[in-house]
Design a binder for this molecule. Structure first.
Ligand code: AHR
Length: 653
């Protein structure tokens, strides 16, 4: 009891520091509609986000296509890598031969991605393409092993797979581990009579992978954000360090066994976070991205190469396609529309149908180029816009404002995007605290007649604190009130990057972290979720003393916005100050006798551990809480804690 009184006294003292802030919320006139695409997600294969992350495959280098064919594998006995396999774009395979003596063994161990995570009692679907090259019968034994175990057996799941005949065929088995192991090894022995056996595309998928593709907990974390837009596959990965290594969507579709390997530039971008075994298998390709968009209810937004390799990494002129040689790249863009939306009697529509989705994916948006800059970008973009607008005027095109949210390139590119007729312009901001605090009114003065804004990559990178922490998420929430207030011009916003494996990251902060068996949603994730859940349908005008609440001088670190959603009103308030603040919400534009609103609930996200976040061991240490909130009439009062993000929910009576 004593503690409560002390706490209350402290709270009152804090409140006393600031006079009551009075917000006017206009109810008579609703403002701009909020686009269904407003809040979304941006996926890039960075931090082991695809292989080793969202793509549920547990075997690394499953097709022996890495530059060192046995990277990720340990071979024992007589193993040979050959390259005349059944899949022309992935020609390598492993030949397992009799080691020559009954006691000796031939086989392969796969280390997975930082180990293979398996859980007791669950099914793991093993599959392999195999043959007995000399004909007749052969056999392999497949095991999950823990080589550091002190138990009698190293293996804790085991299955025999019989192989027969000279023809390549797909074989399957289900492994059922009796124990949980986050770092198991997949072991394959040449078994039985030890006839030579050839193995290709060795796969192990958790039986609970969503659609047999996506790691369940990670896909769920995306769905729970209620994203309206899904940008993929990058990021710099779209561009490539050189043109040959750009993301080529055509290599990422069709049977997974025949998708050629690509390098991953995040393997080597930061030598202090170097991952020599980081490649792109394209198991998560454009079909899987479209499918996921559909499953989580967001609009797909693919980004394609504009013929410029990454300008940060490669300024060699040969890294850029001459403008008059762009036709194949433009054709890639046109073909992608056919793949997503075309009839099943078209070449690419037929492939989509063959892959399992005869219905169109209903693609509406496409981005050309990622973070390109300089005169060369509009020069490259122009022929794409011309061709795409001519052939597919229904597709909205996203251009780019370059890598930074202000400065020479930004100032040059915005008018250029307008001149070319881009429908949206992608802005990126990875910036420190002061910058986020200064951007509450960023969009208030944007040209209303130009392209719309897509805040395509953003995250608060704290000064000296370039890692996930609560305070950064609060400042993201604060800035986003300005995004919401300007919904007439801002049509999309996506935090970046999305995923990171705790043992394989290159870039922080990120929205969702995981190891092989567990995952964790960060404070920033919860902020994005609150915006996704309480998106609303129309903006409502919210002012304090006649001006928007943007953290401006004299506004005590307050940022606020309001939206209407049917009969409900959501008011978002970020208090970035160190004091609790007392607020009054005045609902205006109502007749004197109008009963006003009824407070339904509030969601409060706050913490005094400003520089910490959730961890895999404590995944819910930082989480918004729903609180009772009462009051009715034309004016309702509330107190917002210091350093808090709040969503107030009212019902119009
Ligand atoms: O999100 C990581 C990188 O940041 C993206 O690949 C790039 O677009 C930006 O520079």
């Amino acid at each position: 009891m004593k503690k409560t009184i002390l706490a209350l006294t402290a709270l009152c003292a804090a409140i006393a520091l600031h006079a009551q802030a009075s917000f006017d919320i206009e109810l008579k006139k609703v403002g701009a509609p909020i686009q269904p695409t407003m809040y979304g997600i941006f996926f890039e294969d960075i931090n082991f986000a695809a292989d080793g992350g969202l793509y549920a495959e547990l075997v690394k280098n499953r097709s022996f296509e890495f530059p060192y064919a046995l990277q990720g594998w340990k071979a024992f006995g007589r193993v040979e890598i050959r390259e005349d396999g059944p899949f022309d774009r992935c020609p390598h395979y492993a030949r397992l031969m009799d080691p020559g003596h009954g006691a000796k063994q031939t086989g392969l161990d796969n280390e997975g991605f930082f180990g293979i995570g398996v859980e007791a009692g669950k099914d793991y679907n093993f599959s392999v393409w195999a043959r007995v090259p000399e004909g007749g019968e052969g056999s392999i034994r497949v095991e999950l092993v823990n080589t550091s175990s002190n138990g009698e057996n190293q293996f804790f799941a085991q299955e025999q797979v019989s192989i027969s005949g000279r023809e390549w065929k797909k074989y399957t088995a289900v492994l059922k581990p009796g124990v949980t192991d986050p770092k198991a090894t997949l072991r394959i022995f040449l078994d039985g009579k030890r006839s030579t056996v050839d193995l290709e595309h060795v796969s192990l998928m958790p039986g609970d992978a969503i659609a047999g593709i996506y790691r369940r907990d990670l896909a769920q974390a995306l769905a729970d954000l209620h994203p309206g837009i899904f940008r993929f596959p990058g990021g710099c990965i779209v561009e490539g360090t050189d043109l040959d290594t750009r993301y080529n969507w055509k290599n990422s579709v069709g049977p997974v066994e025949n998708r050629p390997l690509n390098e991953n530039r995040w393997e080597y971008t930061f030598p202090y976070r170097f991952f020599p075994d980081y490649f792109q298998s394209y198991g998560l390709g454009f079909y899987e991205f479209f499918l996921l968009s559909e499953m989580i209810g967001s609009e797909p937004l693919p980004i394609l190469s504009c013929g410029l390799a990454c300008q940060f990494q490669n300024d060699d002129p040969s890294a850029h396609v001459p403008v008059d040689e762009l036709q194949p790249y433009i054709q890639d863009a046109l073909d992608l529309i056919e793949f997503a939306n075309g009839n099943i009697d078209t070449k690419w529509g037929a492939l989509r149908a063959e892959m399992g989705h005869p219905e169109p994916f209903n693609l509406k948006f496409m981005g050309i180029g990622n973070e390109q800059w300089g005169k060369t970008f509009p020069e490259h973009l122009a022929p794409f816009v011309e061709a795409l607008k001519r052939e597919h005027p229904e597709i909205k095109l996203v251009g780019s404002a370059g890598p930074y949210p202000e400065g020479e390139d930004f100032d040059y590119l915005w008018p250029e995007m307008k001149r070319l007729g881009a429908d949206l312009v992608d802005e990126h901001y990875y910036r420190p605290e002061e910058w986020f605090l200064s951007q509450g009114a960023r969009y208030d003065s944007y040209d209303r007649k130009g392209p719309k804004v897509f805040a395509g990559e953003f995250a608060c990178h704290g000064t000296g604190r370039k890692y996930n922490h609560f305070h950064a998420s609060l400042l993201e929430a604060a800035l986003m009130t300005g995004i919401e207030r300007n919904a007439d011009i801002v049509h999309m916003a996506t935090y970046a990057p999305l995923f990171a494996h705790v043992e394989g990251w290159q870039w922080r902060p990120d929205l969702i972290w995981y190891d092989n068996l567990r995952s964790m949603r960060t404070a920033s994730w919860y902020v994005q979720q609150l915006y996704g859940l309480y998106k609303g349908e129309n903006v409502l005008k919210l002012t304090m003393g006649g001006v928007p609440v943007t953290g401006a001088e004299g506004q005590n670190g307050l940022f606020a916005s309001a939206v209407k959603d049917g009969g409900c009103i959501y008011v978002k308030v970020a208090n970035t100050s160190e004091s609790a603040q007392s607020l009054s919400f005045n609902f205006t534009g109502l007749k004197k006798k109008d009963p006003g609103v009824k407070a339904l609930k509030r969601i409060v996200f706050t913490s005094d551990r400003l520089y910490e976040d959730n961890t895999l061991d404590e995944p819910e240490a930082f989480k918004p809480v729903e609180e009772a909130f009462s009051g009715e009439g034309q004016t309702v009062g509330a107190v917002v804690p210091a350093m808090s993000f709040n969503v107030f929910v009212f019902e119009k009576e």
